[in-house]
Design a binder for this molecule. Structure first.
Ligand code: ATR
Length: 281
């Protein structure tokens, strides 16, 4: 039940029906008894500029932004956070009282918070990280790793040019590795991250040989459907520590909820179970 004073936020995407974000934020709204709502907003690419401008005009608190609108949101924001500027995309919009729109990117924050929660002993400064993939998700991951003090990020992608663009765009020690050499690089990595869509339900597995990974190597995947991807299964069989990707989704939502509804929510086992149940349906 909401009142006339309810705070409203939501998620903009195209399509949006598959999004778990309404379920996620709905759990926190309910848990904290907030007079508010978080709604799915299907917006086609033709209408994205108008829709973002309309957020504050309609009196909404803001919105998350997902595929394919993160660059459009970056361009539409009146002011950007340092993370959004470095990553070159926006996933969280906050409407301010003066009518302006602040653009943030919490994907990197969510990625790192999930790693810290799942592998508290992992020391980012101990060894380079190997990042597989150079799509939109890779940029947030790489920014967060550099920010966390990883000495070097090795990035490899089927289309090498896309990896090179990221290395050129972003500050920090980033080395581009040929895709065919990815398995040889595993030996140097303290952390291995899959940011490709490989391993997702219905797609082929990511083909990387972990025979030379050390037991201290941490392996994580941004794919969370299935929760245990073939990569994570293989990594566990090789004795590596593994962290699944669902926590990234949960943690990236925290700063937005706090900005819109005024309460910093927690990522708890109950939240995780609630969102997982939505994944299964
Ligand atoms: P975005 O995140 O920009 O929308 P995407 O199309 O979802 O990108 O792809 C994400 C990543 O998965 C990319 O790094 C992509 O590699 P390319 O840049 O070469 O397209 C990677 N990817 C998808 N399918 C792949 C496959 N069959 N083999 C290797 N990499 C693949």
């Amino acid at each position: 039940m909401i009142s006339g004073a309810a705070k409203i936020a939501g998620v903009i995407g195209w399509p949006i029906a598959h999004s778990l974000s309404p379920r996620l934020h709905g759990f926190w709204l309910d848990h904290h008894g907030v007079d508010g709502a978080y709604i799915p907003m299907p917006v086609s690419p033709d209408h994205i500029e108008m829709a973002i401008a309309g957020l504050s005009k309609l009196g909404l608190r803001g919105a998350n932004v997902t595929v394919p609108h993160k660059i459009a949101a970056f361009n539409a924001a009146d002011e950007l956070s340092p993370a959004a500027r470095a990553i070159g995309a926006v996933n969280t919009l906050v409407c301010r009282d003066d009518g302006s729109i602040f653009g943030d990117n919490t994907d990197g924050y969510g990625f790192l918070a999930n790693l810290k929660a799942g592998a508290p002993d992992w020391d980012p400064s101990s060894a380079p990280a190997l990042v597989l993939g150079a799509g939109g998700a890779a940029r947030g991951v790489i920014w967060s790793l550099i920010d966390a003090g990883v000495p070097r990020v090795m990035i490899t992608n089927r289309t090498a040019e896309k990896a090179q663009v990221i290395a050129d765009d972003m500050d920090g020690a980033i080395t581009v590795i040929p895709w065919d050499d990815r398995s040889d690089t595993v030996v140097d990595a303290g952390l291995i991250v899959n940011t490709t869509s490989l391993g997702m339900t219905g797609k082929p597995a990511l083909d990387v040989n972990l025979d030379h990974a050390s037991p201290s190597t941490l392996v994580t995947d941004i794919v969370y459907a299935p929760l245990e991807t073939p990569l994570l299964k293989d990594a566990a069989a090789h004795g590596c520590q593994v962290v699944d990707g669902l926590g990234m989704l949960l943690h990236q939502a925290v700063p937005g909820f706090e900005a819109w509804f005024g309460i910093r929510p927690e990522v708890t086992p109950e939240l995780r179970a609630h969102v997982l149940a939505g994944l299964a349906t």
